[in-house]
Design a protein around this ligand. Sequence first.
Ligand code: PGA
Length: 240
Amino acid sequence: MQIIVCKDYEEMSIRAAELAAEGIRENPEALVSFPGGDTPLGMVHAFADMVNAGDVNISRARYVSLDEWVGLSGTDEGSCGIFNRAELLDRLQKPFKEVHIINGAAADIEDERKALDEYIAKYGPLEVSVLGIGMNGHLGFNEDGVSFELDAHIIPLSETTKKVMSKYFGEKFHPEYGISQGIRQIMAAKRVILIANGAHKADILAKACRGEVTNRVPASILQRHPNCFVVADEAAAAQL
Ligand code: PGA
């Protein structure tokens, strides 16, 4: 793991976007995946600015979403899909060649899971996988206790995730399951960029980077990834 400590959220966002762009420059036909949520907001905006400024050419690259709440389509409020569209894809003046956004409200969620696997198998492995870390150490919806051998899967959400993530829905939606790329697909990525900010992430980030590799802290598996960057602001990096 290469740990990069940034002075604040803005610097973390720019540094992570630069690392993602670097991966695409190495392979212009890259398959790329970014997370949704609060942590990556600045990073995806910085990335879109870089694309629009001509710093990185994504016209031959493909984008696949990392995860989604089961029950939400990619246009529903609070969904990862709507985050992908509004904060990244709609901002791009020069779009990706193709995008695959998970539909968590698909009539047959198992078909949706297979479609995600097939997409990654066809255009992958991922060249660039940007990830956030949950308060329980999850990556995407690879919750604590997940098997490291899984590809795309549907998984019950942990109590921590349900509680922390209620910030995205309030009382409007109570997700029980997530659909997510699996650890196997993440570990097969050529370049992984884990981003974290804020003092509330310091403890779990230290466990992930310095603790035992265990599926109780799914992000700890990244210690075994050959090309993983951890980009954190000073507050999140405080215990590293
Ligand atoms: P957050 O989530 O951006 O809401 O902190 C991170 C994650 O769960 O991956």
